[in-house]
Structure formats: C-alpha cells, structure tokens
Ligand binder design. Structure first.
Ligand code: FAD
Length: 378
C-alpha cells in the first residue's frame, strides 16, 4: 500500500519513460529540453541499466563496407543514407550533450579485415563511397593494406584492410554514468529496481504497474509514456516486430606493445574488436549459432567464447601471448532490417525500440524521435 505522500509526490508524472538504457535516458533528457517545468519519471528494472547499453563494446560506428553492402540487399540506398545520417546525428548530439572527454571519445578510425570470402566487396567500394559522399563530403572507405603487417594480423586470413576515418570509440561505462548524471541534474526522477509488468492506456492517460517486493499494487500514472525496453519489449507488447539477439564479448589483460589502436570489424560486422588502452575488447560470433543466440538470457556460452578466443589467437594476435581477463553478454534487438521502431501504440503510449548493433551512435537520435512523438499534442 502506498502513503498519501508517495501518492502525492512519487507515482504521478506528465511523462514516464520505461527502460534506462541509452535510448530511454536520451529520451528523458530530450523530453526535459522540450518541457522544462514538467514531471518526468524513468523506470528501470535493473539496479543499473540491464540490457545492452552497459554491456556493449563502445564502438561509435556507422557500418563497415561489407555490412553496408549486406544492408543494401534489404533496403534502398536512400533509406540506408537516412539510417546512417541518423547514426551520425545521434553521435554528434551525444558528444555535445555529455562532452567528448567525459565519455573518453576518441576518433581513431575504424578498419575492416577482408578475407578471401569478402574480397569481392572491394569491387563495390567506389560505388559505396559515391552513395555516402553527400553525408561525409569525402570518400569514406580507403585501402590501408600496408597496415596488415604493422598491426600483426594473420596475413593468411587478412587479405585487405579497409579504413574508415570517421569511426570512433568511447568508454561505455563512463558514457552511461554521464548520461545518468545528466538526467538526474535535469531533475528526472530515476527509479531503479522498477520492473514494469503491465502498461495500460486509460481514458485519461496511462497506468503503469511495477513489480517490487515492498509495495503491493504499485501503479504509476502519467499523461504520456515512452517505452524504451528494446529487446525486452515483447513482454509488454507481444505483437511488436522484433527478436532479441545476444552479443558476447571478452576483454584481455593488458598486452605489452599492443600493435594497433582503433575499432575493427570482420565477417560482415559479425565480429568486432578494439583496443581499450592496451587491452583488446573482442565480441561477436552470433552467426555461429543464431538459434541459441536468439534469446534474452544474459549469459555467455562455451561455444562462442571458445570461438572468440580461437579467432583472437589465429587472426588478431598470432604472434603475441595474451590472457583473457573477463567475458560477458548483453542483449540487442533485431528485425527484418536495421531500422529502429519509433511509433505510437495508443493515443498516449509510444515505442522507441529495436536497436541492434549500432545503438551507441543512433540511440540518442531514437530517444529524441520518441520524445518528439509523445510531445506532439502535449
Ligand atoms: C555485447 C554487445 C556489444 C555491443 N557493441 C556495440 C558497440 O560497440 N557499438 C554500438 O553502437 N552498439 C553496440 N551494441 C548495441 C548497443 O549496446 C544497443 O544498440 C543499445 O545499447 C540499445 O540501447 P537501448 O537503450 O535501446 O536498449 P537497452 O540498453 O537494452 O535498454 C533497455 C533497458 O530497458 C530495461 N527494461 C527492460 N524491460 C523492462 C521493464 N519491463 N521495466 C523496466 N525496465 C525494463 C532494461 O533493463 C534495459 O536497461 C552492443 C550490444 C551488445 C549486447
């Protein structure tokens, strides 16, 4: 049962955002920019964000050459440009909002390791550069094959190296802490340990039921609600068109004289690695077992962790000893293409969900679009 005071001050708001990942926190901050005097609450089920945003590898990326070629089989070139523009806009807003140094943003560039399997992609590099030219004003992808040896990669696997100077990297933990601090400084009430179990459109706004051990029948009320629960959205809205997809990662102990810096991709973006100071963060391998990895269970598996360790030894660091310090997993959301879903599901409830592997860049923008959508008639 709740008290008179709790009823008066804790459970009512003009806007409620559900989900405290990068999209939900960004949406709440965007709502504050639009509505300086309104009450805004954010409900997050975890003690801290517990989906993808605190689990990712910290790439600030827009898509590698082979990823873009694969995307063009599913969407038109103009739709792809809009998507890449949204990633760029999101990232630039994020940097402006939080400050580059607060999140350790470094634009060290990105590289794609091309094996014999993808070598044909190089024939399309010029045409992809032409498509992207209006956004970047210069060719995005160029060959840097002389770095294959310098970086110490296995040249029996890596036949070519495609460089993209626009890619960056950041410190995921610092980013999420800075976003939370920013939201709190903007007087957004963040309640953690607040798992929403039910959301209902009422005659006069929205009712949101929260599971917890201390208060029976805890119901929040708001005029509008934005759902940013990404891969976990089906529990609340079973008809939404998305599937969860697990991502697994490992980080090495510091490596003496690590020969490269930057972000790296291979196998159509299914594998990715970067330096974090003098460690390597390496993730991917979902394509090894799509069935098992279509899950919202946050756990690592032996199959994928062994594959990552083997590829690290054979392809990335063939000549250097390393030790794995830690492994973890997080959950993304996927659909028939890479476009996120921002749409109303009732007069006062909207979704901003289905962020896959590039949410660091696009999350801020999707939060902003969600905030705009529920602000329309408010
Ligand atoms: C291993 C891994 C590596 C990745 N690497 C990169 C990368 O390098 N670069 C990049 O751009 N992207 C990367 N991504 C993707 C990126 O992390 C996501 O696209 C992004 O974090 C999605 O943000 P989100 O806020 O939409 O979702 P989430 O971060 O999943 O946030 C959703 C939140 O909703 C909460 N929630 C769920 N259900 C409820 C409920 N019922 N009630 C209350 N709260 C609820 C969850 O706890 C969670 O905190 C990676 C993802 C993973 C898993």
């Amino acid at each position: 049962m709740i008290s008179f005071w709790e009823k008066l001050s804790f459970v009512k708001a003009d806007f409620i955002v559900v989900g405290g990942g990068i999209t939900g926190l960004s949406a709440a901050i965007s709502l504050r920019e639009r509505h300086p005097g309104k009450e805004i609450i954010l409900l997050e089920r975890g003690i801290f964000p517990s989906g993808a945003s605190t689990k990712n590898a910290g790439f600030a990326c827009f898509g590698s050459l082979t990823e873009i070629l694969a995307d063009l089989k599913r969407i038109e070139a103009n739709e792809l440009l809009t998507l890449i523009e949204s990633r760029r806009k999101g990232l630039s807003k994020l940097k402006k909002r939080l400050g580059k140094s607060e999140i350790d943003f470094q634009q060290l560039g990105g590289y794609e390791l091309i094996s014999n399997k993808e070598i044909k992609a190089l024939d399309y590099m010029e045409s992809i550069n032409k498509i992207l030219f209006p956004l970047f004003g210069e060719p995005v992808f160029k060959l840097k094959n002389k770095y294959i040896g310098k970086f110490g990669f296995n040249s029996a696997y890596v036949k070519s190296l495609v460089f993209n100077p626009f890619e960056g990297q950041l410190d995921t933990g610092k980013l999420m802490k800075a976003l939370i601090r920013k939201a709190e400084s903007e007087k957004i009430a963040i309640y953690t340990g607040a798992e929403v179990s039910y959301i209902e459109q009422g005659g006069k706004g929205v009712e949101i039921r929260v599971k917890n051990n201390f208060t029976e029948n805890l119901i929040f009320k708001s005029k509008k609600a934005l759902i940013c629960t990404n891969a976990f959205t089906k529990k609340l809205f079973p008809k939404v068109d998305l599937k969860p997809g697990r991502g697994q990662v490992l980080v090495t102990e510091p490596i003496k004289d690590l020969p490269f810096k930057g972000t790296f991709h291979f196998d159509e973006g299914f594998y990715y690695f970067r330096n974090f100071k003098n460690r390597i963060i390496f993730g991917g391998g979902r394509n090894l077992d799509f069935k098992a990895e279509t899950t919202s269970k946050i756990a690592t598996t032996q199959k994928i962790q062994e594959d990552l360790a083997a590829k690290l030894k054979e392809i990335i660091l063939p000549a250097k000893p390393f030790r794995i310090a830690h492994s973890w997993a997080g959950i993304m959301a996927f659909g028939k293409n890479k476009k996120p879903i921002v749409k109303s599901v009732s007069p006062d409830i909207a979704l901003a969900v289905r962020l896959g592997g590039m949410g660091v860049a696009i999350g801020t923008n999707i939060g902003e679009e969600g905030a705009a959508l529920i602000s329309k008639d408010h």
